[in-house]
Ligand binder design. Structure first.
Ligand code: TXA
Ligand code: MG
Length: 336
């Protein structure tokens, strides 16, 4: 199949993308977090194509994207009051709720779970597409399973060219890490994946502390039961071996001199000896989130086999950056 390259600024291209989706095809679409690989969420055959194109394990459920709360309601068994309060503040935006699933949503979307992940994306092209298609869109990140999520249309094409009908190009994603996944089926909301909306922001609106799933900062055994199946899989991983290094810059440099890795992934402001190959991924959590996944892909392009990474701060959006790096590093951490 030839993958069409469509332009998100063209109303005709949005209309064509909507038509392809309604016809059961796959289209990689921009969102404010990362590019998603979309299919009609109400068409099990179309959703099955997502798993095939990505090489995604069948037990890893998908997020369903809708234009607004009213389009979400027929898909769920009740929309909890907490969801309504958070939606008022954070939707459209990078926040995903886990709620109970209505019968109309095919099993394959939630990998057989009784729950459903729901999000209203803020990206104007995603909004325009959802309104043109008039169907809910199931969409995981548009990468091959296990690779870093795509923050450019070219990343999605690199992974999926020839396997999907089209890519809708809207340039770089502004957030750069995926949405926050919050389980609202329990008494206390529980963070399953840190993302574009921070724990601090959620707690400020709710006026209560939320639970943080242990999987956010720790490895989960492959056969252990997890509230979010996606958390047990190898993720975001470049081919090279990353090690996440905690500690001050001088100690990091001394450690790098001793270890002699192929390259370093450091902050913008870090003063590093000139003979050490490096990539920079920003100073603020926002800048780091925006650049991280593209840098992980560059590490592969450069062919680096061993990479030392300066560990980001874990506050605000930093928790999402840390969580993705930890997975990319297969939980290899060093404290200096
Ligand atoms: O920002 C994002 O969330 C992007 C854009 C495209 O919206 N999507 C995305 O999807 O990151 P994906 O499939 O790469 O990650 C979805 C995560 C996975 O960890 C999955 O296991 C979890 O959400 N998830 C989906 N449905 C779930 C459910 N019913 N219960 C628990 N976790 C669920
Ligand atoms: Mg993903």
């Amino acid at each position: 199949m030839t993958t069409l390259r469509l332009n998100a600024n063209s109303p005709a291209d949005i209309a064509l993308a909507a038509q392809l989706l309604r016809a059961g095809e796959l289209v990689a679409i921009p969102t404010e977090t990362v590019y998603g690989l979309a299919a009609n969420a109400l068409d099990p055959a179309a959703v099955a194509k997502i798993f095939a194109a990505k090489g995604r394990p069948q037990d890893n459920p998908l997020i369903v994207h809708v234009a607004d709360v009213s389009q979400a309601l027929p898909l769920v068994k009740g929309f909890p009051f907490t969801a309504q309060r958070l939606a008022d503040v954070f939707w459209p935006g990078p926040l995903t709720f886990i709620v109970y699933r209505a019968e109309e949503v095919p099993d394959i979307v939630s990998a057989g779970l009784s729950t459903l992940a729901l999000r209203v994306p803020a990206h104007p092209a995603a909004q325009a597409l959802l309104r043109a298609a008039k169907i809910p869109l199931a969409a995981p990140s548009a990468n091959r399973s296990g690779s870093p999520s795509p923050t450019l249309a070219s990343h999605a094409l690199y992974d999926l060219n020839g396997k999907i009908a089209a890519v809708l190009d809207a340039g770089p994603c502004v957030v750069g890490v995926e949405s926050t996944v919050l389980d609202l089926t329990r008494e206390t909301p529980c963070l399953l994946r840190p993302g574009g909306v921070s724990v601090e922001q959620l707690e400020a609106v709710l006026g209560q502390t939320i639970e943080i799933s242990p999987a956010v900062a720790h490895a989960i055994e492959n056969d252990a039961p997890t509230p979010s199946p996606g958390m047990k899989y190898r993720h975001y991983a470049p081919c090279g071996e990353l090690t996440l290094v905690h500690g001050p810059l001088q100690a990091f440099i001394a450690y790098a001199k001793q270890e002699k890795p192929d390259g370093l992934l450091v902050f913008d402001g870090d003063m590093i000896p000139y003979d050490m190959p490096l990539l920079r991924y920003g100073d603020s959590p926002e800048a780091q989130a925006k650049r991280l996944f593209a840098r992980l892909r560059e590490i592969d392009d450069l062919g680096w086999r061993r990479v030392l990474v300066r560990c980001p701060a874990k506050e605000g959006l930093g928790l999402a950056v840390y969580n993705r790096l930890l997975r990319a590093a297969s939980y290899r951490e060093v404290r200096l």
